[in-house]
Design a protein around this ligand. Sequence first.
Ligand code: ASP
Length: 608
Amino acid sequence: MYRSNTCGELRLTDKGKEVTLAGWVQTVRKFGAITFVDLRDRYGITQLLFGEELNPQLDASPLGREFVLQAKGVVNERSNKNPNIATGDIEVLVQSFTVLNKSAIPPFTIQDDTDGGDDLRMKYRYLDLRRNAVKKNLELRYAVNRSARNYLHEKGFMDIETPFLIKSTPEGARDFVVPSRMNAGQFYALPQSPQTFKQLLMVSGYDRYYQVVKCFRDEDLRADRQPEFTQIDCEMAFVEQEDILNMFEGLAKRIFKDVKGIDYTDKVERMSWEEAMWNYGNDKPDIRFSMKLCNLKFPAHTFPAKQSISSLIDGAGFNVFDAAETVVAIAVPGCSEYTRKQTDELTEWVKRPQIGMKGMVFIKVNADGTYKSSVDKFYNEEKLKAIAEATGAKAGDLILILAGAEERTRKAISELRLEMAERLGMRRKDEFKLLWVLDFPLFEYSEDDNRWVARHHPFTSPKPSDISTMINNNPAIENAAEYLKHPYANIKANAYDIVLNGNEIGGGSIRIYQRELQEKMFEALGMDKEEQLHKFGFLLGAFEYGAPPHGGIAFGFDRFCAILGGSESIRDFIAFPKNNSGRDVMLDAPATIDDKQLNELSIKVDVK
Ligand code: ASP
């Protein structure tokens, strides 16, 4: 028996017990003739006290950091208690010990506040994983996993594994491919998601499926992406959108309860994609705070639902606004007393390449009801007041206005809104707010190919009321400049995203389940009949054999965990993550392979 107890287990009630502990040496402290060792394992830290009589043995085999040690002794009440750790009332008076293994000096300290930089910690990830901070994240991840599985199991979902060596499942990224040795010149694709398999399972009658599953997407890695990541992937048959929303907001609430002890009793808000873009400038708004956009001017085609209020800014001779496609403002609460230095700094912030604005206009709504702006030359007090009223600004607020091309400006104001909220402490990590975003457009226009692309994926069904528009119109775009007038531009998807604190944590849709409509969809995406059969013949075939109405969703498991853990980075919640260039620095992968292996695979490498 290596141990009778863990290093996190013993309490004062164990006083006098003979115990054996095993773990890693966190610290060694000499104190005159006696030696204190903090012994650590996954469960905690226990102080060991080595008396004078053990010194000869300690001298013969000195202990070092991260040595693996087994110690036998008696639990003793500590005179100098440590209220910060669970075992802080006791120590173990060591009678005998064995060094089970030595350790080289670790390249960084195994502590919450380690001295190891990111790269070093990733290279020695197995040591990094010993740190409490990382362990806590993995524990949270496991708790989310368990909670989700319990909920889904209770609701009758069945975990069914689907293969990794498959054919392309498009989710908008490039495929990772695997060469087949037995079929020279041919390749498997790794799944971007189990999308088509879960739909086939619905055809097979497994009407509630789930899987906590790896997905592989070869995309340029933005800050918080991983080439392989995990989804909680779900599908249900005989459901409408409402059934899915209820089932899966239930899942999110259950996870809040189990993992964070939070009773999320609020109704989960719902918002159309158009409203989200209109009021927040993006399709995953953080609604923990308001600060909605005020659209002073915008291109007529963008949001036909609203009237432009550009008369408030037009005709004042301010060329920046006159020439801009879009002018949009936010009223930042309580910031009217910003100094010149502060507004200059914000202007620099919006001019950074990531934001890409040429400048920023501000209006201060002073506490005494007067106005001060960076465009006083063009707008008198009365006009400033009218603009301020349109934005909903109150006395004491600072109005920030951006102007420029529609897409970039809308994105920029949405970033600025988040930045201001961050600075004002309105994005609290302990507050969680869910939101459903609905009614996305089914298609996006690809300028490069002058055709439609699926906004979600090609299996998403249009809203029932838009099906006839889809079937009865030719998807071809005759006049690229006027693509917005094509009937397909207005088709809404039967799709939904679930957003948590400004992050998309899941998304899904009601699927197409009739062959005719699926063929029409493929046609709209530029696939001729031959290509359809080559790529998706299996699915079209399955739809001939009694496919039930179905729909589903997938949660981004890593991201959900990161948000629950109050972290910006999903990497912190993955045991062995890749870096921003998609490399595993510990394994040093990807790597070249030898000629023998290449020959077997009938592959010649020609790196330019
Ligand atoms: N397969 C989709 C995705 O990965 C989710 C879904 O539609 O269920 O985004």
